[in-house]
Write a protein that binds this ligand. Structure first.
Ligand code: ADP
Ligand code: MG
Length: 310
């Protein structure tokens, strides 16, 4: 794989706070790549570095072999950026917002007009061209932001928490457009998110925790590595039952939220033998497939959301 983005050993400090600690990752051409992590894990910092806001304290960042430290102006032209906070001028029309962005990238005259027109058509907002942005729904505003980010034909589109503030319908809409862009134009997409459901859309993910990459892989493979199914057992005396399960069945059960949790390849069969082996001791059993949250817990030893975040 000849990566379009190559990030090596990137660390970043804001005064004394270390926001990124030795991040390595590369993104293949045409991938939809996700950076998944809880608040404060360093996603926006990496996003700002990629969007050429600032250089990292240490390490190297390359996009299509252009080095961020020496080629930032050229590199900037290869990247389309969609910020987390809404970046539209609500008092301007859809067309004015997109046109203004084009002039920032040095486009003008007929070429600018043609591109704005075709971008609006592609994102299904051409019939809203003359409407003030403040009158649009959240989902349509996001499409205008996508149009802005794509206007200069970037090879890489980066989006910081693109689903924030969108209702479920608008989220589906956003992902439909992102997938279309990748299919039709082979554009590479990097999305940061703290939402597990959103991360599921990505081809590959890097899970970030406290400024470090914990693991990289496809959502499917990451969940598969957990080892199959997950059972939660409700019981009166969790510690005692865990001891007995380990002794009798050679299976490890851990405490999670007052219940016992078992990871096992054949969860459905295990339910039957647990109930046979420990009559009267099990009040309830739930069965589920692993989620990305389980991957996070497995790799970091703590939950995705800690109390102080909530
Ligand atoms: P995320 O986007 O994953 O929530 P950030 O990259 O915004 O994470 O933040 C990573 C860490 O860096 C956090 O501890 C945050 O408080 C800190 N941080 C972010 N921006 C600044 C800043 N401008 N000055 C000082 N600390 C910052
Ligand atoms: Mg952030």
């Amino acid at each position: 794989m000849n990566p379009i983005v190559d990030i090596q050993n990137v660390s970043h400090r804001y005064k004394t706070r270390e926001a990124l600690k030795g991040v390595n990752l590369s993104i293949g051409r045409g991938e939809i790549f996700g950076l998944l992590g809880p608040n404060g894990s360093g996603k926006t910092t990496l996003f700002r570095i990629l969007s050429t806001f600032f250089d990292p304290t240490e390490g190297s960042v390359k996009v299509e072999d252009l080095d961020l430290r020496t080629d930032a102006p050229k590199l900037r032209k290869k990247i389309g950026v969609v910020f987390q906070a809404p970046s539209l001028d609500a008092r301007l029309t859809v067309r004015e917002n997109i046109t203004f962005q084009g002039s920032l990238y040095g486009l003008a005259g007929k070429e600018l007009h043609t591109r704005v027109q075709s971008m609006m058509a592609r994102l299904g907002i051409a019939d809203r061209a003359a409407e003030l942005v403040q009158r649009l729904s959240g989902g349509l505003k996001r499409r205008v932001e996508l149009a802005k980010g794509l206007l200069h034909n970037p090879a890489l589109l980066i989006l910081d928490e693109p689903s924030t503030g969108l209702d479920p319908g608008a989220r589906i809409d956003l992902w439909k457009y992102l997938k279309e862009l990748r299919e039709k134009e082979k554009i590479t997409i990097l999305v940061t998110t703290h939402l597990m459901e959103e991360a599921e859309h990505c081809d590959r993910l890097a899970i970030l925790n406290e400024g470090k990459v914990v693991v990289i892989g496809s959502p499917h493979n990451l969940k598969k590595e957990i080892g199959g199914d997950i059972l939660h057992i409700q019981t009166q005396d969790a510690a005692e039952l865990a001891r007995q399960i380990e002794h009798k069945m050679k299976i490890k059960a851990i405490h999670v939220n007052g219940m016992l949790q078992i990871e096992h390849t054949d969860g459905h069969k295990l339910i039957a033998s647990l109930i046979e082996n420990f009559p009267g001791k099990i009040d309830a059993v739930t069965f589920r497939k692993p989620t990305l949250e389980d991957v996070f817990v497995h790799k970091t030893g703590h939950r995705f959301w800690t109390e102080d975040v909530l």
